[in-house]
Design a protein around this ligand. Sequence first.
Ligand code: BG6
Length: 480
Amino acid sequence: MKTSLPKDFLWGGALAAHQFEGGWNKGGKGASVVDVMTAGAHGVAREITETVEADKFYPNHEAIDFYHHYKEDIALFSEMGLNCLRTSIAWTRIFPTGIEEEPNEAGLQFYDDVFDELIKHKIEPIITLSHFEIPLYIAQEYGGFRDKRVVDLFAKFAEVCFTRYQHKVKYWMTFNEINNQMDTNTPLFLWTNSGVTVKPGENAKEVMYTVAHHELLASAKAVAIGKKINPDFEIGCMVSHVPIYPYSCRPADIMAAEDAMRQRFFFADVHCRGAYPNYALKEFEREGYDITITEEDKDILQNGTVDYIGFSYYMSTVVKADITQDNTGNVVNGGLANGVENPYIESSDWGWAIDPTGLRYTMNRLYDRYQLPLFIVENGFGAIDELEEDGKIHDDTRIDYLKKHIDALELAVTYDGVPLIGYTPWGIIDLVSFTTGEMKKRYGMIYVDRDNEGNGSMKRYKKDSFEWYKKVIATNGKKR
Ligand code: BG6
């Protein structure tokens, strides 16, 4: 008998405050680490400036100005039939520098307004507490999550959000793609994950593990606080999952892939099991890393394990044991020196490998390892879209990408038996790209008239994928 997706399956879209809200200094908001990032391009890193410089363009400042368009945008999400929307709360709207005693009421009110509008349209808000939005003040004055005091600053921010929105939000996530920073060769990741810059002479991996420890503690503390406020909360982690395949069946390639996969699993291992995995402890010992993990820390980790695994899936990658090359800055393979291209699959214009089967493989690996429900909170296709004269956007390639990934997730659920809470494709409306800061790398099913330089009317247009996804949702995935 053919089974199908559960009746209460959550179909939505995913966004992040800094990439779509705009209003970067409105309503008392402070600057975050992304507010000092300029635009880059494919292969050109975004510049991180000390302050906001008058002659530079910072694409996240205005983004797509959801801040002023939220009613119109939510009406479009509703028309599409979304029953949930994943977004984040900009920490700096609530605590502009991160260290204030009292939260900023205007910032809290903004999210009340947005959540009320969503709920009015029967769209459940799914909320990430920290999606690359650490206050700039904390990054500059505390060195970001290097400083253990930031654990409690984050816990306080979490507590304020949990308390304020406890009757509006059920599903939460602590840190978005917390494992990006495992790639210490690309400064973007430690900066956006943790507000950290590695100083000359420092061992980047040691810095990263110290920061990771603090962030894992912050996450665990938040989970414990949230559960006290509302035991019905579902609080998850959020990891970027890029499965790493061995290049061949040579045992050396298999082991190289296994080693590399540990780097992917490390954060989820601690989030889900509440303790450090042996391979990490051995690494600290072998490399002489000085990571202070107290008995109290161990208790905090043990008492703050997550309820589900939120993850992003865009692509897979490959390692080959006998290759060493400089992949620094190559975001698609995590900077792995033995990372190579997969000869069997194609890639997007930005070099992201298109691999729907990798999603099914990922779901099985994550579920086998942790036995926790999964939530695909990001997946999508970044591409250049053409706005035709008649106002149409024909994005067949995106539809094809999404369709094949839904085929794969359905198999994982109905054939393999993996519990899946929902699916929120990335950038349901066009927004600023995270890695490049471009607008032209579009993911949305709604087009926004805005270009890389910040020109455009901000007018919204429905792409072909809009009607396609509407049908998918209306039939609970049956018609696609
Ligand atoms: C994930 C992030 O890395 O992928 C998002 O959580 C990001 O913030 C998305 O936008 C796609 O990446 P990019 O660089 O194409 O925008």
